[in-house]
Design a protein around this ligand. Structure first.
Ligand code: UD1
Length: 334
């Protein structure tokens, strides 16, 4: 039973979109979950929803979810979380690190905030983990670390070259993890998961994506358009060198992504110390138009959209080569 090896999991950013879905998946599999979240960009409500969904299904069992409100930039806070957990004779077997800021635009306006949150926050966490000899770490990286490619699938060894501060912070943490791994060769089990575009919600849609403020990402914007919260959807560019002129992305269901983390924990529990980067995507490219049409068909609604100019920093084609994740961990097979 792998769960007996990694039973107690700390999830930073556990109230966020991917974090909350992963917490639910972990609880469903019987893990003890500790969440750290500052709630600057998420709401405690998403964890209440996780608890409600879980309780509806498992009314007779205990819910092993502990929530710590605080910010990773505050090392003292991280220290207190760890000492609290270890004091009561429990421990942390693995850490899934989602906490961070993710708006490209905001990162350009405020790089200090992004470096402090995404890099210093991670450094603090790794330092405290190290002092507790806690060595299993799954990092939320992003396909954004890759240099732009025109039309070929991105492989883990493809050239990196982020073009904004947000992407720089993600790549920096990957390098940091690699450096730590190399210095402690026989101990660490570190993985950076390079997510493509996660969308969707735990069925039947009680959890979802609930960013604070106006969303930037396409899927919540499509939903807001369908719900009449905004009048129309802007589609950024119809003159890209793609099948229909709109950008192509690799959209992966958030529950598949959540499950991927658990498969990675299982994999690590059997594996010797390691560090690697892994794409998490479907390998299927979908254009913005195709995404909108599919949404219309599945939900039987009409989405008003208008073509706008290209959005700065967008790439025409971002699709995963997922052969490594499929051969190594079987990420997309149930
Ligand atoms: C964005 C970030 C990426 C980050 C990811 C997760 C950029 C350039 N990239 O990815 O670094 O890891 O979010 O949060 O911001 N689109 C529209 N209209 C809209 C919004 C989006 O047409 O109103 C299009 C975009 O041009 C893009 C696609 O939809 O082609 C997906 O956009 P989005 O959801 O913002 O994700 P990415 O830009 O791929």
């Amino acid at each position: 039973d792998n769960n007996s090896y990694m039973k107690n999991i700390l999830v930073t950013g556990g109230a966020g979109f991917i974090g909350s879905h992963t917490c639910l998946a972990l609880l469903e599999k019987g893990y003890n979950v500790y969440v750290i979240d500052s709630f600057v960009n998420s709401s405690p409500k998403s964890l209440e929803r996780v608890i409600n969904i879980y309780k509806k299904k498992h009314f007779d069992s205990n819910l092993n979810l502990n929530i710590f409100k605080g910010d990773l930039r505050d090392k003292n806070f991280v220290q207190i979380v760890f000492s609290d957990i270890y004091k009561s004779n429990r421990k942390i077997d693995g850490v899934i690190h989602f906490a961070g800021l993710k708006s490209v635009l905001e990162s350009k306006k405020n790089p200090l905030l992004y470096w402090k949150t995404n890099v210093l926050g991670t450094l603090n966490l790794l330092e405290i983990m190290n002092s507790y000899n806690c060595l299993n770490f799954v990092f939320s990286s992003s396909a954004t670390v890759y240099a732009q490619s025109k039309s070929s699938l991105l492989k883990e060894e493809s050239e990196t070259g982020p073009i904004n501060p947000y992407g720089n912070t993600k790549l920096t943490v990957e390098k940091l993890l690699e450096d730590i791994f190399k210095s402690q060769e026989n101990e660490c089990k570190f993985v950076s998961l390079r997510y493509f575009n996660p969308i969707g919600s735990h069925s039947p849609g009680l959890l979802g994506e609930n960013p604070v403020g106006i969303p930037n990402n396409i899927f919540p914007l499509i939903i807001n358009t369908a719900a009449g919260i905004q009048k129309e959807l802007n589609i950024y560019g119809n003159d890209w060198p793609t099948k229909d002129g709109t950008c192509v992305r690799d959209y992966i269901h958030v529950m598949d992504l959540a499950e991927a983390h658990i498969k990675v924990l299982d994999f690590l529990s059997e594996e010797s110390p390691t560090y690697f980067n892994l794409n998490v995507g479907t390998g299927i490219g979908t254009s913005v138009i195709e995404l909108v049409k599919t949404f219309e068909k599945v939900n039987n609604v009409k989405i008003n959209y208008v073509f706008k100019g290209r959005r700065m920093g967008d790439a025409p084609y971002v699709v995963a080569d997922n052969s490594l994740s499929n051969s190594k961990i079987n990420i997309l097979t149930k």
